[in-house]
Design a protein around this ligand. Structure first.
Ligand SMILES: [Fe+2]
Length: 505
């Protein structure tokens, strides 16, 4: 393995930090690495695994003003690229405006998710509530050959070279990027059309918008999706002809909001509302459906079947977990992030476009979340979902599950105690024709050995354990979202200067 330090940042976090989402498996990194020809410690890298696994990470550099929330951390992206049976690695901070301003100031300039925006030293900012830092640390996708990072509560989309992770600037979409409201995490790329679908939300009417960016990276469609008030949608889905947006009955308490406090509360007396929006406009109006009250953090996919839209996602049985008094102060404070406390289960909603009715069913009793699929099946009928299991009481992933939604079968792989995974990504084998013909890729944070590895699984045989384990230069932090991009979708993948090319030398 050829390893080089390419950058370091000066952290001002306290030496005696006791925040569980800034220490242990969430300890942020301060070093940026470049590593070629990663050491394979077990198995072999499949020769038909060709492309990049990208993962975003909340990686704070400075303390919070008062109370750190794990989604506040600065964005750091990790890439593991595979070509010709070899692999390279990079990790780089996303050079956001907020990161650069705080580096200049030497400390925090904006309030975080668990703080009051009015307490931000800076008057400007980003986010659905305003006066927040756009950390761009939540999600990452690849659109038009460029990696785009995004922030949980809306912001700019930062453009990164998907091989070197150099920050290239922000998405502008031909001058039409909605900088006033920003864009939420969980933009969706339709591999069949090359389009990027997105939404945003805020505290002013109409409270939500939906838009489309073409394969040419220009905004082609942007419409209002009016809501009854400020809401907290986190994810969307799409089919060949429709985008699916949501109005879940979990939102900032209106009377507190009027006093500048942002406290999300669940309203079990209200239905979940699902919007079917024509993808590119036209005469058909937005059609709303009512379903059982819940909060959905993440959808898996949607597709059209006759008069119905089939929508799969994770139903929360307890969107607002009660404080039972168990665990330490931080564990109680962040009980909203533990999958077992939220009771997240795969669920299917069937939206009938003719009758206007929604039928729904629980697909499994198993608690999983952060579900992904073979992206070639995005918006099309899918059979498999690959998801993470959570460590009881914490926001940490302790295993993987392959859900067969046709048979109901589940294949599991549990990580050893003290080893935590990332959201996996499904990498179709080069030339694959079947949905689960490919690999699952994830990164681990191993607290036993103080190291991180990249694990590669056969997507059809998850329970068999990894086909290969590769060593990363340093233990990385836990994080949220990841994606896969095939080599042939990345400009320069086969050029002489490409990191992928360097592997052959
Ligand atoms: Fe998310």
């Amino acid at each position: 393995m050829d390893v080089e330090v390419v950058g370091r940042v000066l952290s001002t976090l306290p030496q005696d930090d006791d925040h569980p989402y800034r220490t242990g498996p969430w300890r942020p990194q301060t070093t940026e690495w470049r590593a070629e020809d990663l050491r394979v410690v077990e198995g072999e890298i499949p020769a038909d695994l060709d492309g990049v696994y990208l993962r975003n990470t909340e990686n704070p550099v400075h303390p919070a003003l008062e109370r750190y929330h794990p989604f506040d951390g600065d964005g750091m992206v990790h890439v593991v690229g595979f070509r010709d049976g070899k692999a390279f690695y990079r990790n780089r901070f996303v050079r956001t405006d907020g990161l650069l301003a705080e580096r200049e100031a030497g400390g925090p300039l904006w309030a975080g998710i668990a703080e009051r925006p009015a307490d931000s030293p800076r008057q400007d900012g980003w986010g659905a509530r305003g006066r927040m830092k756009d950390a761009s640390s939540t999600d990452v996708v690849v659109h038009a050959g460029v990696a785009l990072t995004s922030f949980y509560q809306c912001g700019d989309l930062y453009r990164l070279d998907p091989l070197t992770l150099e920050t290239l600037g922000k998405a502008e979409w031909g001058g039409a990027f909605p900088h006033d409201l920003g864009v939420s995490a969980h933009t969706k790329v339709d591999p069949h059309t090359g389009e990027l679908l997105f939404f945003n939300y805020g505290t002013a009417e109409p409270y939500m918008h939906y838009g489309v960016v073409g394969a040419d990276d220009r905004l082609s469609h942007y419409v209002e999706v009016p809501l009854p008030g400020p809401r907290l949608p986190h994810d969307m889905a799409f089919t060949e002809n429709y985008a699916i947006l949501n109005d879940c009955p979990m939102f900032w308490e209106p009377d507190l909001l009027a006093r500048g406090r942002y406290a999300a509360r669940f309203h079990p007396e209200l239905p979940t509302r699902l919007a079917v929006v024509p993808r590119r406009g036209g005469a058909r109006p937005i059609q709303w459906f009512e379903a059982d009250p819940t909060y959905v953090l993440h959808w898996v996919n949607a597709y059209e079947e006759g008069d119905e839209i089939v929508l799969d996602g994770f139903f929360q049985g307890e969107p607002e977990p009660k404080d039972t008094g168990e665990g330490g102060a931080y564990q109680r404070m962040f009980r909203f992030l533990a999958l077992d406390r939220m009771q997240t289960r795969l669920h299917r909603w069937r939206l009938n476009l003719v009758t206007g009715r929604c039928r729904e069913e629980r697909l499994t009793d198993s608690i999983t979340e952060f579900g992904v699929l073979n992206n070639a099946y995005g918006g099309r009928r899918h059979r498999y979902a690959y998801a993470a299991t959570g460590l009881e009481g914490w926001f940490l992933f302790d295993g993987l599950v392959r859900h067969d939604l046709l048979t109901g079968d589940e294949e599991r792989f549990g990580l050893p105690a003290g080893v935590y995974g990332s959201e996996p990504a499904m990498a179709p084998r080069v030339g694959s024709t079947a949905e689960d013909d490919g690999y699952l890729v994830t990164l681990t944070t191993d607290m036993n050995e103080d190291r991180s590895e990249c694990l590669i699984f056969d997507a059809a045989r998850v329970a068999d354990g990894p086909l290969a384990r590769l060593r990363l230069p340093e233990r990385i932090s836990s994080g949220t979202h990841a994606t896969w991009a095939a080599g042939d979708s990345i400009p320069g993948w086969r050029d002489a200067e490409s990191p992928a090319h360097a592997l052959r030398l």
